[in-house]
Ligand binder design. Structure first.
Ligand SMILES: NC(=O)c1ccc[n+]([C@@H]2O[C@H](COP(=O)([O-])OP(=O)(O)OC[C@H]3O[C@@H](n4cnc5c(N)ncnc54)[C@H](OP(=O)(O)O)[C@@H]3O)[C@@H](O)[C@H]2O)c1
Length: 231
């Protein structure tokens, strides 16, 4: 999966890395010294955004070497060691179905939330497989799918005036080595911990909790995250 390499040595790719969540994760990880590849449906757009993200990460890097490059989602899926999926739910299945081959043998981290909005606010969309992470696992039989990074606000991730984030990352998955790796990756975000939160069949609750956080945010004008106590 990662040939025994530690998390610091891995190149992290982000599919849909041009959006707020992908940019935010990419920026924080790059500032911590992680090599990052941002993917897009248009390689040129990813290259432009990668340059901006690299500049911002460098300003916050405290001496760490910063490496952020952009490319097509397919190129990023092929070149990265570990890949985060940060496309909207509407594009999730089609994006992954196209990339099953370059993603084979890799850890794929899904942070996609199946969320709709109506006049009552945010609500959970029905996912036929039971959760977005299980949909990913069905589409990527030769990858190791982990769910994580659902409860992080893209606004706070990108706000480098806050050097430290405040929250935990719930990590779900069936492969212990993969969940350990993603917990370690989450721990590279300043102030955050990765907390194992169950098997992949429990991803639905983790995804759905994001809807509650969005409701908190709307009522309290906040960017709420979660902390797991007594761990
Ligand atoms: N924003 C948050 O605070 C937050 C927090 C937790 C989880 N998430 C999850 O993270 C994911 C990304 O969130 P975001 O706010 O960054 O989303 P976004 O801006 O709507 O989408 C991210 C990127 O995905 C690409 N994209 C858009 N439509 C697509 C489609 N139909 N098929 C494939 N790619 C498409 C776009 O990149 P290109 O046009 O360059 O291809 C876009 O920049 C979502 O699934 C969301 O549920 C977000």
């Amino acid at each position: 999966m990662t040939d025994g390499r530690s998390v610091e040595e891995l190149v992290v790719g982000v599919l849909g890395g041009t959006g707020p969540q992908g940019r935010g994760l990419g920026m924080r990880l790059a500032a911590a010294g992680q090599r990052v590849l941002l993917g897009s449906r248009e390689a040129g757009r990813a290259e432009e955004i990668a340059a901006e993200v690299a500049d911002r990460a460098l300003a916050a890097a405290a001496g760490a070497e910063v490496s952020v490059r952009g490319g097509s989602n397919a190129d990023v899926a092929g070149a990265a060691d570990l890949v985060i999926v940060a496309v909207p739910y509407a594009g999730h299945a089609a994006t992954l179905a196209d990339l099953a081959s370059p993603l084979a043998g890799k850890v794929v981290v899904d942070c996609v939330v199946p969320m709709g909005f109506d006049e009552l606010g945010a609500y959970l969309l029905d996912v036929p497989e039971g959760s977005v992470a299980l949909q990913a696992a069905a589409l990527l039989p030769d990858s190791t799918v982990v769910g994580a990074f659902h409860h992080l606000s893209a606004v706070l991730l990108q706000d480098l005036s806050r050097p430290t984030l405040d929250g935990d990352v719930m990590v779900v998955g069936d492969d212990r080595a993969a969940t350990d790796l993603v917990q370690a990756l989450a721990g590279r975000l300043p102030g955050m911990r990765g907390i194992y939160a169950g098997r992949l069949r429990n991803a639905a609750q983790v995804e759905a909790l994001t809807i509650n956080l969005v409701s908190v945010n709307r009522r309290y004008k906040a960017h709420a995250g979660i902390r797991v106590t007594d761990v």
